[in-house]
Design a protein around this ligand. Structure first.
Ligand code: CTP
Length: 395
């Protein structure tokens, strides 16, 4: 996705400029060609050398622009860019762009480029909330600029509020989404469930499982980065919620059932990566259960089988986490739940970053993938979903 893509990273004069070093580093590590343009004020916070060392590429600054070291023309830079990201974006650069002022290399490059522009504002809360800044942002959004953040929290001034630079993961997520906008899932709506449900026993205890949610989140992100509109129905996890998609927080199997039932009628595919509890306590104690005697018996009842009962026109993908007879059990679930695909994996992958899966389709075609990062597994699953959607649209 990011490999080989030219990304212009515009850095302006905010204390948050140091965070952009990490963004530049992560983009470079992912294989992107990162061309950094710094305003003069930005160079007061971080040196051009830092970005040059991180990206391995010349850094454009006002100082260098008039000098000779890296006389990179803004026009050629602007043409090569697949996306321009301004992070941090001060109130000043936002105002200049809204007014079409081109008095520095960064503004000139933005004006000279046809690439999408992402703006990650970072400033004092009052400056951000000032109607002038808000008007400027509205103007830019009307011109198809994309904004990410700001986040809320402690600001450089010591105040609390909106104005922090969005997290690196959100800025990179937005870049990926923008780059993948016209991907093979463009105009498709994919619903993904993730994480392990929690079934309450009493106000503080629950029955849950060891699902980390990583596979579901990887699927949701991969679908987003291929242009899909994504809804992620997530049970509690320790993962950061991805940007660029609708997030529906659920806790129990019943809440998951309701969310899926409400959302799938408009969806093109449902991918059930969540580890849904098969049983829940028959009754939930109102007060904390006290320790009494040597044994405690909990009576459990069956939860609704979501994949087994919610059917429709959409592609249905299930997961089968097994500790034995992987393929056999997965095939049985595929047929029982009338799925289009089932992804079988050994339970040892729970919580891990990599997964070795076997994908089985309705014709019992078995595709055993090697051990791969969950994000790559997600893309291989989506390749098959895309093929099924294409096949269906031909009928
Ligand atoms: N699933 C579901 N509703 C449930 C339980 C599971 O939709 N109440 C989905 C899971 O998200 C998964 C698939 O069904 O995609 C298979 O889940 P799994 O727990 O492996 O299978 P079960 O049908 O619950 O069978 P068993 O637990 O006996 O292996």
């Amino acid at each position: 996705m990011l490999k080989g893509k030219t990304i212009i990273l515009g850095v302006t004069g905010s204390i948050a400029a140091y965070k952009t070093v990490d963004i530049a580093s992560q983009l470079t590590q992912a294989g992107a060609k990162v061309d950094v343009i710094m305003t003069k004020a930005a160079t007061e916070f971080v040196t051009p050398l830092t970005f040059r060392a991180i990206t391995g590429r010349p850094v454009v600054t006002e100082i260098f622009a008039s000098g000779s070291e890296f006389n990179v023309e803004h026009v050629s830079l602007a043409e090569a860019a697949k996306v321009i990201v301004i992070a941090p974006a001060t109130a000043n650069i936002i105002a200049k762009l809204a007014a079409g002022i081109a008095d520095d290399m960064l503004c000139c490059t933005v004006l000279a480029s046809k690439a999408p522009v992402i703006i990650a504002p970072a400033m004092d809360v009052n400056m951000y909330q000032n109607p002038i800044t808000q008007d400027n942002l509205t103007k830019l959004k009307a011109r198809n600029f994309i904004t990410v953040g700001p986040a809320s929290g402690r600001l450089a001034s010591g105040k609390e509020g909106l104005g922090r630079l969005a997290d690196t993961i959100d800025i990179i997520g937005t870049i990926q989404q923008v780059l993948g906008k016209n991907g093979d899932l463009a105009d498709k709506h994919i619903v993904v469930t993730a994480g392990g449900t929690q079934e309450p026993i009493d106000p503080i205890r629950c029955i849950t499982n060891r699902s980390s949610g990583k596979m579901g989140y990887a699927l949701a992100e991969a679908a987003r980065d291929r242009g899909a509109k994504v809804t992620l129905i997530t049970a509690p996890t320790s993962l950061t919620k991805p940007v660029g998609m609708e997030i529906v927080n659920v806790c129990t199997a019943q809440e998951t059932y309701q969310a899926v039932r409400d959302l799938v009628p408009q969806a093109d595919a449902l991918i059930m990566a969540a580890a849904v509890a098969d049983y829940r306590p028959l009754s939930v104690a109102r007060d904390k259960i006290k320790k009494e005697g040597n044994r405690l018996t909990l009576e459990l009842e069956h939860t609704a089988d979501i994949l087994g009962s919610i059917k429709g026109e959409f592609i249905r993908v299930g997961f089968a986490a097994e500790s034995s007879n992987l393929v056999e059990n997965a095939k049985q679930k595929l047929h029982q739940k009338e799925l289009d695909l089932i992804v079988a994996n050994d339970i040892s992958s729970f919580g891990a970053d990599n997964n070795q899966v076997t994908i089985i389709d309705r014709e019992s075609k078995i595709d055993s993938l090697p051990l791969l990062p969950k994000r790559e597994v997600a893309d291989r699953i989506l390749d098959k979903v895309v093929a099924l959607l294409t096949e269906r649209s031909r009928k």
